[in-house]
Design a protein. Structure first.
Length: 275
């Protein structure tokens, strides 16, 4: 049985260390103890993961954990100009996602051999694309999207909760008009890896509709690392996943990866194109 899943601040957090400080903490052992960003707290990481991975933006109930267990072969359908630029943005972002997760992510030579489609559409063609790729025949459903969303992704899972297919649709003219073309690519391509929810409780993150983040944050880097830790299995419910997540976070802390996540994520991917 196929189970399709519909997807949907300031980067430097404030910390209290006698007074509120903005940005990175002073480079001293004492600062590391009292000035850690809120998102580096182990309990916050576990709760954020549960919120983003096991909740669904367009459904009320909790889900099982979903992730890819096979290589991703993507194909970009270009309906607009600037093909070379768009290919470069998508390729660069996927390279970073592959590096973070350990997934093999490569372009497919033909649409027929791809398991992930990225449709760079237009406002005028969006109605047909939503029907052709998402099966949306409901005018009410389409109108809700037009009102509330800029871009959209969907993935399908097998009975064992492994993801085997995904589609992302980005109306480029709409996204450009709102200054969100890159943000759409970053968020939707990350979400179809198995982090489908958006939450205002999780920040700084691209999985937060109120966020001004365009590129992956240190928190996003950690959430993706956690998802593709082999100890987390597709199909896990929250009660089974939480103790495993705590062990994973403990290991990330021991290996100093929580402390260095922000620096790591900003040294790769689309962040480099900013420099």
């Amino acid at each position: 049985m196929l189970r399709p899943v519909l997807l949907p601040e300031c980067r430097c957090a404030l910390a209290f260390c006698g007074l509120l400080l903005s940005g990175f903490c002073p480079p001293s052992p004492a600062a590391d103890v009292c000035c850690s960003a809120h998102w580096q707290a182990p309990a916050y990481l576990v709760d954020s993961f549960v919120d983003i991975a096991l909740n669904n933006e367009h459904a009320g109930q909790k889900s099982t954990l979903r992730k890819w267990m096979s290589p991703i072969h993507y194909f970009v359908i270009h309906r607009v100009a600037d093909q070379e630029l768009h290919d470069r943005l998508i390729r660069t972002h996927f390279e970073q996602l592959s590096e973070i997760t350990g997934l093999t992510i490569k372009p497919a030579e033909r649409q027929q051999t791809a398991n992930t489609l990225i449709v760079l559409s237009t406002e005028n063609q969006l109605k047909d694309d939503l029907l052709n790729y998402f099966g949306w025949q409901s005018a009410t459903q389409r109108e809700k999207f037009f009102r509330e969303s800029v871009c959209l992704g969907i993935f399908a899972t097998k009975a064992d909760s492994t993801i085997f297919r995904a589609v992302v649709i980005i109306p480029v003219d709409r996204a450009r008009a709102q200054g969100k073309l890159v943000a759409c690519m970053v968020e939707e391509l990350a979400q179809v890896l198995g982090l489908p929810n958006d939450s205002v409780k999780v920040f700084p993150s691209v999985f937060n509709d109120l966020s001004t983040d365009v590129y992956l944050s240190g928190l996003d880097w950690l959430l993706l690392k956690m998802l593709y830790d082999p100890r987390l299995k597709p199909g896990m419910q929250e009660n089974a996943a939480r103790p495993v997540l705590r062990r994973i976070v403990d290991d990330l802390k021991r290996d100093n990866k929580i402390h260095t996540a922000e620096k790591e994520v900003m040294s790769r991917g689309l962040w480099r194109l900013e420099r």
